[in-house]
Structure formats: structure tokens, C-alpha cells
Design a protein. Structure first.
Length: 271
């Protein structure tokens, strides 16, 4: 009887120790699980705050860029209106005033010279009107497409600036009007920036047709600009070019070239 009681007590003690050990192990596992859950919660909270801040910064940057684009568009329109007004007043207005003076001149003994002078003034006026129309919207872009428009733009740039120009194209097709217009204006703005700021001696324009994209590359050998400077202080012209590229569903990139210079590249999907 005593042996039976002793055996039962020993088994109960062993069972209690086993239960205590399992309880301790279960408590440790629960503490580890709670600690891991807490660390995961902290990590998720930190990541959420980080991505939220990045998203807010991105939204703020896009808002600022949209404001700059709007200001650039207004400024460009004002400059175009001012130039158009000056050209109309200085060139076309003076030519028509001279024609009127010739027609109302009292003396008519030298009609041949008056006629020749009037014809010369009329020809100048026609040339001025054509130049003004090209400034507003190049007719060659509508009639012959992007390649012809860019070739005309490159030729005019070389004549005006005396900078050596190399134009290469393997993209002779026609594309959506919006795509051609935006790519042409991007090239126009890039060449304007080169003429004003780059101090370049050579410029190369390359237009290529890929499987699903149109790629325009403009490279100069000027003083260039670093990507960090371009991000920290983007010019209105650069902001406008990037906005035009995104309007077509594409992207515009700016990178330095060796030994010096700048590469502006825009890739736009074909529509």
C-alpha cells in the first residue's frame, strides 16, 4: 500500500514538472511571438510613415512642377505675343506704310521706280508674314511631318547661331498630330536653351524609330549641367519639355556627355 502511494506521488510530481516545463516553454513561445509581432508592427509603421512621406513629397513636387509648367506656358505665350507684335509693327507695318506713301505720292513722273519699290516692299511683307507664320506653327510640320520639320528647325538653328549642326533621321513616317507637335516643340526648346546657355560649338540631333517608340536625342558639346543641378534647379524650359514628353505618354531624360556637354533624350510611344 505504501509502495503504491509512493509510486502515485512520484508520477504526480513528474507530471507536475512536465506541465510546469511545458507551461514555461509555452510562455516563452508566447513572449517570442508577442515580441516578433511588436517588432513587425513597428517596422510596418516605420515603412508606412516613410512611404507616406515620400508620396507627400512626390505630390508636392508634382504640384510645384505643374505650377512651373503653367507659368512657363503663360510666359511663352506672352513672349510669342510680344515678338509677334514687334514684328508686325516694325516690319509689316513699316512696309505697308511705305507702300501707302508711294501710292499717295503726288509726283507720278517716275512710275517705273515707284512700281519697283512697291513690288519690293510687298515681297518683303510676304516674306515677313511667312516668317511670322513659321514662328507660330511651322507649316512644314503639318504638310511633311516630323522628320521634315526637325530638319528645317536644324537648318534654321545652324543659320542663326553659326553652330555646326548634324541631323540624322531614320524616321520618315507620319505620326499622330499631338506626338509630332510635342516632339517638335521639345526639340525647339532644347535648341533654344543650347543657343542661350550651353556655349556649344557642335550639336547633333538623331531621330530614330524603334519597335514601339520614337526616340529623339539632342547632344551638344557645351558646358553641360549635372543631374543634381537639373533636379535642384530645373529651368522652366526643362520643366516644359518634360511635361510635353509625359503628355505623349513618354519620358525625357537629361545626362552629361564626355568630355563635356549634355544629352537630352525623349522616348515617346507610337500612336
Amino acid at each position: 500500500m505504501n509502495d503504491l502511494i509512493k509510486n502515485s506521488s512520484g508520477r504526480l510530481a513528474a507530471t507536475d514538472r512536465q506541465i510546469d516545463a511545458q507551461s514555461q516553454e509555452l510562455g516563452d513561445d508566447a513572449a517570442l511571438l508577442l515580441g516578433t509581432s511588436f517588432m513587425l508592427a513597428v517596422a510596418c509603421a516605420v515603412l508606412t510613415i516613410f512611404f507616406a512621406r515620400r508620396s507627400l513629397q512626390r505630390i508636392r513636387w508634382q504640384s510645384d512642377e505643374l505650377n512651373r509648367v503653367s507659368w512657363h506656358m503663360l510666359q511663352t505665350q506672352e513672349e510669342a505675343a510680344r515678338r509677334f507684335s514687334h514684328e508686325m509693327h516694325d516690319e509689316l507695318g513699316q512696309s505697308l506704310a511705305a507702300v501707302r506713301a508711294n501710292l499717295t505720292r503726288g509726283a507720278t513722273h517716275d512710275l517705273d521706280s515707284l512700281r519697283a519699290d512697291c513690288l519690293h516692299l510687298v515681297d518683303e511683307s510676304i516674306a515677313n508674314v511667312r516668317e511670322l507664320s513659321q514662328l507660330l506653327r511651322p507649316v512644314i510640320l503639318d504638310d511633311f511631318g516630323l522628320e521634315a520639320g526637325l530638319r528645317w528647325l536644324a537648318d534654321k538653328f545652324a543659320q542663326r547661331t553659326r553652330i555646326k549642326m548634324n541631323f540624322e533621321s531614320a524616321c520618315s513616317g507620319r505620326f499622330a498630330d499631338e506626338t509630332e507637335t510635342h516632339i517638335f516643340r521639345i526639340a525647339q526648346e532644347a535648341l533654344t536653351n543650347i543657343a542661350r546657355h550651353a556655349e556649344a560649338t557642335r550639336v547633333a540631333i538623331q531621330l530614330t524609330l524603334e519597335i514601339q517608340n520614337i526616340r529623339l536625342s539632342i547632344v551638344d558639346d557645351g558646358k553641360g549641367i549635372t543631374p543634381s543641378e537639373e533636379e535642384s534647379r530645373p529651368s522652366l524650359g526643362m520643366v516644359g519639355m518634360r511635361a510635353r514628353a509625359r503628355q505623349c505618354g513618354g519620358e525625357l531624360s537629361v545626362s552629361p556627355t564626355q568630355p563635356h556637354g549634355l544629352r537630352i533624350e525623349v522616348v515617346v510611344p507610337i500612336r
